[in-house]
Design a protein around this ligand. Structure first.
Ligand code: NAP
Length: 480
């Protein structure tokens, strides 16, 4: 029998209890695992390491390629970035897979409806790149960066995951109706890639309706692929449908490395109280076993767990309240006693190994044959009325290569006056278009900025790119 080397991070708060229980149960399957126990999280931050992840832990994951991880806390005052996010980014685990499956014996308002779907969330891009700037003392900005390569990887992973689990439908949840370029890139990529998977039904759904449908008819979903922030919110909503965070497992999957962890955090108020639910981490361990192709061991754990809940009625406080609740160790012991016993209603899924998509690892994944710059958007901090700012910028632009096309505030046209009564802020987007609508050289942009600078405080600028004849920028509300 092969022995698997796995990096084990116990984590903070309730981590050691839930990971300890999971380790015992996995070992009871007889699968040979050589655990390399490593540190990360609160204690590491306290020692002054700002990432919260020591080099020994990084080296261990680099060697073993698979990790099972308890929740990590980001203690306030010790480093700004979450060690969880650092690990996901460091090992390029671009896919966050979060199954939402009804668990036998766990009563919820949806019990008996057969909820069984998976959220495949992009894990590295979007607003969670965490690139933020205060543009003015009163206006903050967070960059939402979405790449075609990132979309292609996650969409292909979703279709491959559907095939590995014998699922029939993939839905892509985006807000492409509003964010046509960023969320739209995910939608278009999904529509392109879907053609290569004719055996799987593919639909787009607007993300807010997806949330509504998840609550109304959750059993309609099979696989949902989505951008990072959408996926974060939808998956927490999903966990509530099946009993709460104590039951929601997850996996971070990349081309080379995989990190398995529950959706929940370190729940510090329950640390050491022996009353939390280890199921989410245990089911993350089940996902890890399937990743290691230990399909029988994974099925064995699921059956023992379902027996424990549905036949023995042993459940923790989060599932049934304080009265009659089992402790973490009582639940673990019952699962251990049930190992090897079948669960009568077990729906055995024919799992196949996940075929990881091979998306070329090149930085210029998409190349434009023709490209030009039509003008620039200059973002200006100002307390002037929009008309005064507009007239002033028109005067400044007189001898330059540009015409002021218009000004907007929070995406709505404020100059030329649209007649709307808007509540302005102190940041304006001022759109300058090149007179001859030809490709603008940088020298002309510098010239315009030099003329603006003595009169106004500009905060940043964006080039108005045209790629292969298509305008690659959004219009304001009210802009023609
Ligand atoms: P949390 O730790 O997930 O806990 C929120 C609530 O969920 C708990 O108070 C509890 O609800 C319930 N819960 C979570 N896990 C449970 C379990 N295994 N059994 C039973 N109930 C469970 O979220 P948080 O309090 O917002 O975050 C605490 C720390 O965890 C923070 O430092 C955060 O940064 C970190 N965090 C880490 C990860 C990760 O490692 N991936 C993820 C999220 C958060 P009741 O209060 O209703 O009983």
């Amino acid at each position: 029998m092969t022995s698997h080397k796995i990096t084990l991070i116990e984590g903070d708060g309730i981590g050691p209890e839930v990971v300890g229980a999971t380790r015992q149960i996995i070992e009871a399957t007889g699968v040979k695992i050589d655990w390399e126990v490593c540190q990360a999280g609160a204690e590491v931050f306290k020692k002054g390491l700002s990432t919260g992840v020591p080099q020994e832990t990084i080296d261990s994951i680099l060697r073993n390629k698979v990790a099972l991880k308890g929740p990590l806390e980001t203690p306030v005052g010790f480093g700004e970035k979450s060690a969880n996010v650092t690990l996901r980014k460091m090992f390029e685990t671009y896919g966050n897979i979060r199954p939402i499956q009804e668990i036998p014996g766990v009563a919820t308002p949806y019990s008996g409806r057969g909820i069984d779907f998976v959220i495949v969330r992009e894990n590295l891009e979007d607003l969670y790149a965490g690139i933020e700037h205060m543009q003015t003392p009163g206006t903050a900005q967070c960059l939402k960066l979405i790449s075609r390569k990132g979309c292609e990887k996650i969409v292909r992973l979703a279709f491959e995951f559907a095939r590995a689990e014998g699922r029939k439908k993939v839905q892509c949840a985006t807000k492409a109706n509003i964010m046509k370029l960023t969320e739209g890139l995910m939608k278009h990529t999904f529509e392109d890639v879907a053609k290569e998977y004719p055996d799987i039904e593919a639909y787009h759904i607007i993300v807010d309706n997806c949330a509504h449908q998840m609550v109304k008819i959750p059993e309609q979903f099979d696989v949902i692929v989505t951008t990072n922030m959408n996926g974060d919110i939808l998956s927490d909503l999903g966990s509530a449908l099946i009993g709460g965070l104590g039951f929601a497992p997850g996996a971070n999957i990349g081309d080379t490395y995989s990190i398995f962890e529950a959706v929940h955090g370190s729940a510090p108020k329950y640390a050491g109280k022996n009353n939390i639910n280890p199921t989410a981490v245990l089911l993350s361990g089940v996902m890890m076993l399937r990743h290691l192709k230990e399909f029988e061991a994974a099925n064995q754990i699921e059956q023992a767990l379902f027996r424990t809940f549905a036949i023995d009625k042993v459940l923790t406080r989060d599932a049934i309240g304080d009265k009659g609740a089992a402790s973490t160790t009582q639940l673990t012991d019952t699962i251990l006693r049930n190992m090897g016993k079948p669960y009568p209603d077990y729906k055995k899924r024919e799992y196949k190994s996940l075929k990881l998509p091979h998306v070329p690892n090149v930085p210029d994944f998409v190349k434009a044959i023709e490209r030009s710059v039509l003008g620039i958007d200059v973002f200006i901090e100002s307390i002037l009325p929009a008309d005064d700012l507009g007239l002033n910028l028109e005067r400044i632009a007189v001898d330059t290569s540009f015409t002021l096309k218009g000004i907007s505030c929070r995406g709505v046209k404020v100059y030329p006056d649209s007649g709307l009564k808007l509540d302005p802020t102190d940041l304006f987007r001022c759109r300058f278009i090149s007179h001859d609508k030809s490709d603008v050289e940088d020298a002309k942009i510098y010239d315009l900025l030099e003329r603006i600078t003595p009169h106004h405080r500009w905060t940043h600028l964006e080039k108005l790119n045209v790629f292969d004849g298509i305008q690659a920028f959004s219009k304001d509300h009210g802009e023609d």
